[in-house]
Design a protein around this ligand. Structure first.
Ligand code: CA
Length: 427
C-alpha cells in the first residue's frame, strides 16, 4: 500500500505553526484524556489533538475494516495488533480528511467541534500498555565510554559487543509518559575506598538519551523473525529517557546486569511516530567492524537520521540549557538487527512491547547522551546558562529530550519528553 500520507506537497486546512514537529505528513498515534474525562486514541496535527474514536463513530473511516471500538480504548495495543496494512490505511485516510482540498470535515462545524481539541484541553497518557520492555546497548561510542570508565580503558568494549546487539530485559511497570515527575531513588551503594555498602539517596542520578521502538504481535513462541521482515513488525518510535542511578548501578550490576539502578523509572514521549512517517529519513548506519553472522546481516538504509537533544532546566532558572546534541544515526546496531537478535532463540514479541536503543552517544563530547559521559564520571563540570554547574541531575531539575527529522521538504518530529526529578520519597 502506498504511503500517500507522506506526500510532502500536501497541505492541511488546519493551521500548523512553522517548524511544527507535527505537520500533516507526520500523523502520529497517542492516547489522551479529553476535557470531558473521556479516554480516546488520537492523532496530532500542528497544535490540535484529534479524537479518532469520535471520527470513527461519525463514519470518517468508512471502507476500512476496523472494529467499532478500535479507537475507544485506553491503549493502542489492539490497533497496533491489527498490523501494518491497517496502520497505513488509517494514516492515509487521516491525511485525506485534513487535506486542504477536502471540505467534508472542514465545513461540518458540529463534527469539527467533536473531534478537535487544543492541547490545553487534553492530557496525554501512556500510548501503549508495555507488556515487555527490552533495553539494548547499541551505541558503540556509549559502550566504549562506559567501558573506559567502569572497567578497562584499554579494552573498553567486551569481546561480545561487536558480534551481538547486547541487551537486557527491563521493567515495564515504571515506564511513564512525559510530564510525570519521578522521585530520586535510594538504595545501596559502595562509597569510594569502602569495603561495605551504605544505604541512601542516589547521588549520581542520570538521564540516558534513547529512542524506543514499539512492536506489533510478531511471532509465535519458538519462531525467529527473519531480519529482512523485522521492520514490518515495528509500528513506530518514541523518545525514551532511561533514568539511571549510577552509584546503585555500579554496586549491583555484576554479574546479572542492571536492576534497581534502572527500574525506578523511564520516561517516554507520548506520540508514537510511525516508521512509515520516518521513511524519507532513512540512512545507512555505521559499517560493521567485524563480519556479522548471517542472521544479523542487513542491506541498505536501515537507520534513520533523527536529530536529538537533551536540555536541563533547574527549578529557578529562566531558561533551559541544551547539554547534548546527538543523532539516532550513530547507532551501531539497527532496529532490524535488534529485533532479529531478540527473537532468534524463539522469544516471542507481542503488540505494545517496547525496545529501547541504549544511550545514543555520538563521536564528539558534546554529543554524549548521559551525564556520566558529559561529566566523564563526575570529573568534569557541565555549566548551565544560569551559572549553576552539574555533574549529575539535582532535585527539582527538569530534563527534556527532543527529537526531529528534517529535509528540504518536511520536518517530522517527536515533540518532547519532559521529566522533573523530585526529592527522595518521604512517607
Ligand atoms: Ca539504557
Amino acid at each position: 500500500m502506498s504511503l500517500a500520507a507522506n506526500d510532502p506537497s500536501r497541505e492541511s486546512w488546519l493551521d500548523i505553526p512553522d517548524n511544527s514537529d507535527f505537520p500533516i505528513q507526520n500523523i502520529p498515534f497517542g492516547v489522551f484524556l479529553t476535557r470531558d474525562d473521556i479516554i480516546t486514541i488520537g492523532t496530532r496535527i500542528g497544535d490540535y489533538a484529534i479524537d479518532l474514536g469520535a471520527l470513527h463513530q461519525l463514519g470518517y473511516f468508512e471502507g476500512i475494516p476496523l472494529t467499532d471500538d478500535i479507537f475507544l480504548q485506553d491503549t493502542l495495543n489492539d490497533f497496533i495488533a491489527d498490523g501494518r496494512k491497517t496502520w497505513r490505511s488509517v494514516r492515509n485516510r487521516i491525511a485525506e480528511i485534513f487535506d486542504i482540498k477536502n471540505d467534508t470535515l472542514k465545513n461540518n462545524e458540529k463534527d469539527r467541534e467533536t473531534v478537535l481539541f487544543t492541547l490545553d484541553e487534553i492530557e496525554m497518557q501512556m500510548p501503549v500498555e508495555v507488556g515487555d520492555y527490552t533495553d539494548f546497548y547499541s551505541s558503540k561510542e556509549h559502550a566504549t565510554n562506559v567501558g573506559k570508565m567502569f572497567r578497562d580503558p584499554d579494552n573498553a568494549l567486551l569481546p561480545n559487543w561487536l558480534h551481538i546487539p547486547v541487551g537486557y530485559h527491563g521493567r515495564s511497570s515504571s515506564i511513564v509518559p512525559s510530564g510525570i515527575p519521578l522521585h530520586r531513588p535510594q538504595g545501596q551503594k559502595l562509597p569510594k575506598g569502602a569495603d561495605e555498602p551504605i544505604f541512601g539517596p542516589s547521588r549520581l542520578l542520570d538521564f540516558e538519551l534513547e529512542m524506543a521502538f514499539i512492536t506489533t504481535a510478531s511471532n509465535h513462541l519458538g519462531e525467529p523473525i527473519p531480519i529482512e521482515e523485522a521492520e514490518s513488525y515495528i509500528f513506530g518510535m518514541v523518545l525514551f529517557n532511561d533514568w539511571s542511578a549510577r552509584d546503585l548501578q555500579k554496586w549491583e550490576y555484576v554479574p546479572l546486569g542492571p536492576f534497581l539502578g534502572k527500574n525506578f523509572g523511564s520516561s517516554v514521549s507520548p506520540w508514537i511516530v510511525t516508521l512509515d512517517a520516518l521513511e524519507p529519513f532513512r540512512v545507512e548506519g555505521p559499517k560493521p567492524v567485524k563480519e556479522l553472522l548471517p542472521y544479523l546481516k542487513t542491506k541498505g538504509k536501515k537507520s534513520f537520521d533523527i536529530d536529538l537533544e537533551v536540555a536541563i532546566k533547574p527549578e529557578n532558572a529562566d531558561e533551559e540549557t541544551v547539554v547534548s546534541n546527538s543523532n539516532f544515526k550513530y547507532m551501531y546496531w539497527n532496529m532490524s538487527q535488534q529485533l532479529a537478535h531478540h527473537t532468534v532463540n524463539g522469544c516471542n514479541v507481542r503488540s505494545g512491547d517496547m525496545m529501547a536503543s541504549g544511550t545514543i552517544s555520538g563521536p564528539t563530547p558534546d554529543s554524549y547522551g548521559s551525564m556520566l559521559e558529559l561529566s566523564w564520571g563526575g570529573s568534569k563540570i557541565v555549566k548551565l546558562k544560569n551559572g549553576e554547574e552539574r555533574k549529575f541531575i539535582e532535585d527539582n531539575d527538569t530534563v527534556i529530550l527532543r527529537g526531529h527529522c528534517q529535509n528540504h521538504e518536511v520536518r517530522i518530529g517527536f515533540g518532547e519528553v519532559t521529566t522533573k526529578i523530585l526529592p527522595v520519597f518521604k512517607s
